[in-house]
Design a protein around this ligand. Sequence first.
Ligand SMILES: Cc1cc2nc3c(=O)[nH]c(=O)nc-3n(C[C@H](O)[C@H](O)[C@H](O)COP(=O)(O)O)c2cc1C
Length: 389
Amino acid sequence: MKKLFVHGVGKIYRFLTPIIFLSDSEPAHDFVLAMSQFLGSIPGVPKLLRVLLRISDPSLETTVDGIHFENPIGLAAGFDHEASMPRIVGSIGFGFQSIGTVTNGAYEGNPYPRIKRLVKSRTMLVYKGFKSSGMNFVLAKIKGQKWTVPIGISIGRTNPLSEYTHEAAIADIVEGFTKAIDSHMPFSYFELNISCPNMLHEISFYEPEHLSTLLFAIQQLALPKPLFIKMPISLSDDEILAILDTVMQFQVAAVIFGNLQVDRTNPAFDKAELATLAKYPGNWSGMPCQEQSDHLVKLAYTHTKGRLAVVGCGGVFTAQDAYRKIRNGASLIQLVTATVFEGPQVAAEICADLPALLARDGLKSVAEAVGVDVKWESLRGNVKNSEKL
Ligand SMILES: Cc1cc2nc3c(=O)[nH]c(=O)nc-3n(C[C@H](O)[C@H](O)[C@H](O)COP(=O)(O)O)c2cc1C
């Protein structure tokens, strides 16, 4: 009954998208965040939404590095950059959420336009560049809140820095982490974002030497909760493997594959539609991320052999998309763009359909499905996520 209801809500949303998409993306996004903040603050509303929309099923429960997830479908960083949704995100069906990316200092964001939809290509052009009111503001905003699902905080470097050096960027990121730790907010994990492709002054942490220095500095903070890293997707396999080898030298729980697609020649684009945005800078979410994200999930799962959990993020719109990533090695899933094209109930729809896909293939749980399509048998099934390093 509930499954029919969430799919019904989805059908109505999709029917209305031609009207919804008449609005500009960024004001529409801001409106949704303001509504979420408002609804989350009214006593009883999160509970009511939970009764209507949240799908629970034992096969969806999973544990990664000691964190228990009632379902594996998370809201990725970027949708809720100023933490307006943690009180309501579980009620609309998500199993977890990364708030942010929050930066230590404030930044009003890159010049407009910063978000644009391409409906045929099922993608959004993103050029926000870590718009953030800063760590102090965000922590004050969520102070005292209680959450029903694991909430992580994505932290990146402040976009305008007084000097553009690796040392200054590391000091800034460390200050952001320190404030988040000292706030004693009940974050379930910390997410380090090293992969925003929209920065005005790029300071890359993709070279092993710089990444090691950054991870060493973060390790000195003795994080009270696991560290996830948000990875780039627009690099060669060799570059990704070098990053993974560096990451495995530190206490990192999970890698997320990944961030936005840089490549405008990706075959997922409708070329005529893409041409309408040719003059705008930015990078791409949704469908143009899908194939590369699927590939990198598999690559990371195979290469790290269970030492890191892998989170699949990029072009997940349906339960089939999520299931494919899980079978490729993803222990968890994150998404943003599907909330725009499929509706805010999309996590509930995925959770409604995922158990049947598992059952069809004789799999009892998401955890059992992780990596079944990867031709690497030696460790799969022998290591529980919670037993990893
Ligand atoms: C509007 C928007 C803003 C984003 N901002 C961030 C961000 O601040 N930090 C981050 O790690 N990823 C950010 N992302 C990337 C998403 O988290 C995700 O990696 C990417 O969109 C691929 O997932 P999707 O296809 O489900 O959207 C943003 C994406 C969008 C669409």
